[in-house]
Design a protein around this ligand. Structure first.
Ligand code: NAD
Length: 339
């Protein structure tokens, strides 16, 4: 597909993320239009589609994908619904940007990988948007330059103000740490081989029964360690920080020191309150890059292999959380399509 006219996109799932992507495609990035929206909640699909000229509303994702003018699909339904939509999109050879997670577990991710391999070419990009965040991009470039020597450790902190009511202890791994799993693989260029989850006393600020915070240690096939403090009810702000410790120096991102104020005998700044604010630029650049590469007929971002690897690591992480101890990650051999 090498095209001059805008890419027609079907957005599947019109919740918080889906509605934000619809606004982004309609108003912020060029080269694309929202041609159809699907949500099992008809009123939600209609409300989102109503603001966009020529956009149709559906309750069935398949109907949205088959709507007039649809060339590509953006999946923003909840993770357990992704597999069915991905398999249908692959069957119709439609390019896809799928919000993370690709699917919630390794077995379903493998089924998507098999379908894409049967198609014979890559069609699916996974929404690991940190790969498009300006600070992460700078850290990756610095590590790749070799100036700091070999990375030995990565220290990550991931804190949210409060978790949504449906959040479970295992979702701290599958929904939140999933981002650090991908960031570790991408920044270091290593696969993750084992996961340990340590559980300090739960915060009194966390809902009853939620194991929050957790401390996760990821081991890699390059001999590095990546640790993640995940604390989803920290109360004070949304923070994502990463520090790489290398043989000849360290590099840190996420301190949020873009604006420092001095006033009345104190100095300070503000802390972002949620991911849509902290990663706004990353989401814009991710969707823009996906639209541009799709119009060129290419897939350039993280793909099905990355989604599968993250699912397998998170699955091992959930077992480590439940049973304690260290759990090894069992990955299939990487197929030729993803090398
Ligand atoms: P949400 O609950 O706000 O929205 C999900 C929407 O999907 C709802 O409107 C729901 O009615 C609809 N839906 C449910 N099943 C469906 C189906 N089978 N077909 C079509 N629509 C269906 O959730 P959200 O926060 O918008 O999350 C959506 C996706 O985005 C999830 O995969 C989530 O992990 C991901 N997400 C990613 C980030 C990120 O930083 N990249 C941040 C938040 C959410």
């Amino acid at each position: 597909m090498n095209r001059r006219e805008p890419l027609g996109i079907a957005v599947i799932g019109a919740g918080r993320m889906g509605a934000d992507h619809v606004r982004r495609i309609d108003r912020t990035i060029g080269g694309a239009r929202v041609a159809a929206v699907a949500d099992v909640d008809a009123a939600r699909a209609e409300a989102v589609a109503a603001d966009i000229e020529g956009c149709t509303a559906h309750t069935d994702p398949a109907a949205a994908m088959a709507a007039p003018g649809v060339d590509a699909v953006l999946v923003a339904s909840p993770g357990p619904a992704h597999e069915a939509t991905l398999l249908a999109a692959i069957e119709h050879d439609l390019p896809v940007l799928c919000e993370k997670p690709l699917t919630p577990d390794a077995a379903s991710a493998l089924r998507v990988m098999e379908a894409e391999q049967a198609l014979g070419h890559r069609r699916v990009q996974v929404g690991f948007m940190r790969r498009y965040d300006a600070e992460y991009v700078r850290l990756k470039a610095l590590l790749d330059s070799g100036q700091l020597g070999r990375p030995l450790m990565l220290h990550n902190r991931h804190r949210n103000v409060a978790s949504p009511p449906f959040f479970t202890s295992s979702m701290l791994i599958t929904d939140s740490v999933a981002h650090e799993v991908d960031a570790t693989r991408w920044l270091l260029g290593h696969e993750i081989t084992a996961v340990t989850v340590l559980r300090p006393a739960a915060s009194a600020g966390a809902p009853e029964g939620l194991r929050d915070p957790q401390f996760v240690v990821l081991e890699t096939d390059g001999g590095a360690l990546s640790d993640v403090e995940i604390f989803v009810n920290c109360g004070f702000g949304y923070q994502v920080q990463a520090e790489a410790v290398c043989e000849r120096g360290t590099a840190r991102i996420g301190d949020g020191h873009a604006l420092v104020t001095n006033m009345a005998g104190r100095w300070g700044g503000t802390i972002t309150q949620d991911w849509s604010e902290r990663f706004a630029q990353a989401y814009d650049d991710e969707v823009r890059a996906w639209v541009d590469s799709t119009r060129r007929g290419e897939v350039t971002g993280p793909g099905v292999w990355d989604g599968y690897a993250a699912a397998a690591v998170c699955e091992a992480g959930v077992r480590a959380l439940e049973n304690g101890g260290r759990v090894e990650v069992d990955l299939v051999d990487r197929p030729a399509l993803y090398r």
